[in-house]
Structures are given as C-alpha cells and as structure tokens.
Design a protein around this ligand. Structure first.
Ligand code: SAH
Length: 251
C-alpha cells in the first residue's frame, strides 16, 4: 500500500475519522499514482502510528482520507542513531542519505568540517542542499517502509552539532588512526554499563578529521572507534557503522 507521511496536526485530525492531505501529496496521489475514490493508502505519523485509510474525496488542493484502521509501525529500530556526517564532495551525500535511511538512521546532521571541500556561500545554498537531501530521505523512507522519515538537520559547523547533542547519547567518532578500540568493543562496554538507547557517530569527509577537530570531539566526550584495518571512503564508513549496529541490536 502506498505510504505518505503526515504532520502532527494531520495526526490530530485522525480523531475525527478523517485526515486531509494537501500540498505535493495531492498531485502525487491524483496525477502521478492516478488513485481515485475508494483506493487505500497508509498514512504514517511521527508518533509511529499508522492509519490505513480510504480516499473519500478528491478536491483541487486536497485529498480527504477516511480512517479505516489504526496500528503501530513496527519497522523502527529501538536504538536511535544520529549520523554526524562531514559533508563530502559532489553527490556522495545523496548516496549516504539514501543508504543510511534504509539502514534505520534516525537523524542526519551534515557537518561543515575543516577538510570539507564544498563551500556554501550563502545560507540559502545550504538550505537548498538540505531540502534536496530531505527529499531523498522522504523517498527512501517511503520506499523501504519506514514509519518515520528521518530529519536532515540544517548544514552546520562541528561546534553547532556538538551543542545540539542529546543527553545520554553514546557518542562515537570513527577515526582511522584509532588502533585500540573497535566499534564492537565500544558498543559492548557501553551495553554492559547501561542500556544503550541513543548513539551518535561522527564520520569525517574525504580528507578525514583534523587533529584539532579530533581533540574537540574527544573533549566533548566522544569515544573513538576503528572500523578495521583498511581506510574506508567517507560514504562507506557510515553505511558500515549502521550495518554493524543493525547486526548488534538485531533491529
Ligand atoms: N584521512 C584519510 C581518510 C579519511 S576517510 C585520508 O585522506 O587518508 C573518511 C572518514 O571515514 C574518516 O574521517 C573516518 O571518520 C572514517 N573512516 C574511514 N576508514 C576508517 C577506519 N578504518 N576506522 C575508522 N574510521 C574510518
């Protein structure tokens, strides 16, 4: 069944038995998918609730959906993972967003790091990229059946990203010069101490993480992890971490 994501406001409409869709969803449903009255669609709320609906009315700017059945989405992982990604060149970030969403990432923060080559000359340039990456996240979420669409945060500096860290997060930095601690060891020892609910992982851009940045994140409480003896490309590193976490937590 086709899935659409709804806002909190639309979620509240469910109590009345009807949810109204507007904006780009209308064109998608009516003109692209050519759906009509009586067709069924699935509406996912950020709360994890899902509403199976029947299209009841189609207007120029809206589609009215009658709620048939409510359930809770069970495709979301229990451990929330934030990917702090040093912004890479060209279209690599698009691949990173798409694959990370499939692998269950909760949030992606694009970070301007010292060795990031791309320059955003105005805030608008950054916002344009953020919107493009958000669209890729939306599409990947729909395609892979997630009950939640991971947010792509605004492009930000490492300092800003660190200031927004949520409490009780196991913060990791993938560092190719780390020779002692593997991802597996860090996760295992964290699990022994506490239940791990939230993980954040920082991945450097192509040129890696500078010594100054490394020191900053270590002072902020990040633990360095090795991803093995070979140096992975930046777009491989995040996928590697997320896959390993899926295996570890079996979700
Ligand atoms: N400084 C490097 C490569 C950077 S690779 C160089 O230019 O030679 C890009 C990022 O991927 C790194 O900053 C790191 O976050 C991650 N990464 C790649 N291979 C890794 C490994 N074996 N262990 C931990 N992190 C790794």
């Amino acid at each position: 069944m086709r899935r659409f994501f709804i806002s909190q406001e639309q979620r509240e409409m469910a109590e009345t038995g009807k949810i109204i869709l507007s904006g780009t969803d209308v064109n998608h449903i009516v003109n692209v998918l050519r759906m009509g009255i009586g067709d069924h669609i699935l509406l996912s709320a950020t709360s994890g609730e899902e509403f199976e609906c029947e299209i009841a009315e189609i207007g120029n700017q809206s589609v009215v959906c009658g709620v048939l059945h409510t359930s809770v989405n069970c495709t979301e992982p229990a451990v929330q993972v934030t990917l702090l990604q040093g912004i890479p060149k060209g279209e690599k970030m698009e691949l990173i967003v798409q694959k990370s969403v499939e692998l269950g990432v909760t949030r992606i923060v694009p970070v301007m790091m010292e060795r990031t080559v791309v320059k955003f000359h105005t805030t608008q340039d950054g916002m344009k990229k953020q919107a493009r990456w958000q669209k890729i996240s939306d599409e990947a979420s729909k395609q892979c059946g997630r009950g939640f669409c991971p947010e792509i945060a605004p492009v930000q500096t490492l300092k800003q990203a660190l200031s927004e860290m949520q409490p009780e997060t196991l913060a990791l930095v993938a560092y190719e010069n780390e020779t002692v601690f593997s991802l597996k060891q860090r996760i295992q020892s964290a699990i022994k101490k506490n239940a791990v609910l939230r993980i954040a992982v920082l991945i450097g851009p192509e040129g890696g993480i500078s010594p100054a940045e490394y020191e900053t994140v270590c002072n902020a409480g990040f633990l360095s992890v090795s991803l093995g003896k070979r140096i992975l490309r930046t777009e491989t590193a995040g996928i590697c971490v997320l896959s390993a976490l899926r295996y570890e937590f079996e979700d």
